[in-house]
Design a protein around this ligand. Structure first.
Ligand SMILES: Cc1cc2nc3c(=O)[nH]c(=O)nc-3n(C[C@H](O)[C@H](O)[C@H](O)COP(=O)(O)OP(=O)(O)OC[C@H]3O[C@@H](n4cnc5c(N)ncnc54)[C@H](O)[C@@H]3O)c2cc1C
Ligand code: SF4
Length: 331
């Protein structure tokens, strides 16, 4: 039995101050990930600061047509919000592709972004894992890694890690150029969501660029003037994390792709914004051949492992199908 303290603060500043003095403490939101990890002995905080009721549970309009999503907005409410469904279908679809109805009722926007990898070696404290116990090794590299990363991994040295980031919502937010608003011991700052999560580098224990004690307050999603879509492939129809997912938004004027945003999930330690594919596609006709060439440009950097090479053609086909659906739907 491990003891920990549970605290509530009167306001956001109080919560930040409480955690600042506890390097081994953690914020608690819906608890759907953190409490599971505590039960497994993977997370061992000595203090939980409950922020679920402290951060806003509202979605509000921004002047440019965008939305501000409070960190406390339940995933279910966000997916069902008519403004999200109409203006940002990629976000609603991504949320509905994740977890289950009951979990989405409890899980929050802030917690969803900061959920941890589902690599089976990370969640089993009897086996080596550099993310959970730095320097212990990476069980997945030569072990069971069918669902591991194909891009941006660290394949040798003490930083070895081939885990994937699990959040569907984060992939959609990457395509939407969302900005995460945080407050911490050093004040407030804004972090583009594409800079929030990191690759393993030489320290896979750090999933994000947040500093200890920084609290996510809200996520701002700027207006998007063209169609968007999320598509996820998984081993079963629900209650499963992505093998590969694609978030896409594309604008076509006079049979030319004039703007495109693409991100991949299930392929890397962070949501993978596919900039090489975007660059390859801008100015091209919206054809299957052009979409395939763009996907190939992105996936040329892939370094699949022994058992997950299937993710490369899967990602390619998913990009092509999702873009075709978008342009066919917007004709
Ligand atoms: C069986 C199962 C299946 C699932 N399937 C999917 C899936 O397919 N796709 C998917 O995307 N997700 C899936 N999920 C994950 C689920 O979406 C997350 O567990 C959930 O979104 C986490 O939100 P939470 O509010 O419960 O976070 P918590 O568990 O409370 O917290 C998670 C982390 O975020 C930190 N945190 C929470 N709020 C803040 C904040 N405001 N500021 C700073 N730090 C904060 C906590 O300290 C903790 O480290 C699944 C979960 C389960 C249990
Ligand atoms: S892939 Fe990363 S999370 Fe999984 S065992 Fe290796 S170090 Fe741990």
């Amino acid at each position: 039995m491990r003891e920990f303290r549970y605290e509530r603060a009167d306001d956001v500043d109080g919560a930040v101050a409480l955690l600042a003095g506890h390097p081994s403490g953690a914020f608690l939101a819906g608890g759907t990930n953190l409490v599971d990890l505590m039960k497994l002995g993977v997370a061992t905080p000595d203090l939980l600061v409950d922020v679920r009721e402290l951060t806003s549970a509202e979605v509000t309009d921004l002047p440019d047509g965008g939305l501000r999503i409070g960190a406390g907005v339940p995933n279910a409410d966000l997916a069902a919000d008519p403004r999200v469904r109409q203006r940002f279908p990629v976000l609603s679809q991504a949320l509905l592709a994740g977890a289950s109805g009951q979990l989405r009722n409890r899980a929050t926007s802030g917690g969803n972004l900061l959920q941890r990898t589902r690599c089976g070696y990370f969640t089993d404290i009897t086996v080596p894992c550099n993310k959970r116990e730095p320097g212990s090794g990476c069980g997945a590299l030569e072990g069971v890694h069918r669902n591991s990363a194909i891009l941006g991994q660290t394949l040798d040295g003490p930083g070895t890690c081939v885990a994937t980031h699990p959040s569907d919502m984060a992939v959609a937010l990457a395509v939407l150029d969302a900005v995460v608003r945080v407050t911490g011991p050093d004040g407030e700052r804004q972090v583009p969501v594409t800079d929030l999560h990191r690759l393993p580098g030489d320290d896979p224990s750090r999933d994000t660029t947040l500093r200890h004690g920084e609290l996510i307050i809200a996520v701002d999603v700027p207006a998007l003037g063209f169609p968007s879509r999320y598509r996820k492939v998984r081993d079963r129809a629900s209650f499963a994390f992505a093998l590969v997912s694609v978030a896409a938004a594309v604008r076509v004027d006079d049979r030319v792709v004039t703007d495109v945003r693409l991100a991949l999930g299930g392929v890397a330690h962070r949501p993978w914004r596919a900039r090489a594919a975007e660059d390859a596609l801008r100015g091209q006709p919206p054809t299957e051949a052009a979409f395939a060439a763009a996907a190939d440009a992105e996936l040329a950097a892939a370094t699949p492992l022994r058992d997950n090479g299937f993710k490369v053609p899967l990602a390619r086909n998913l990009v092509v199908r999702t873009l075709l659906d978008l342009v066919e739907g917007s004709r």
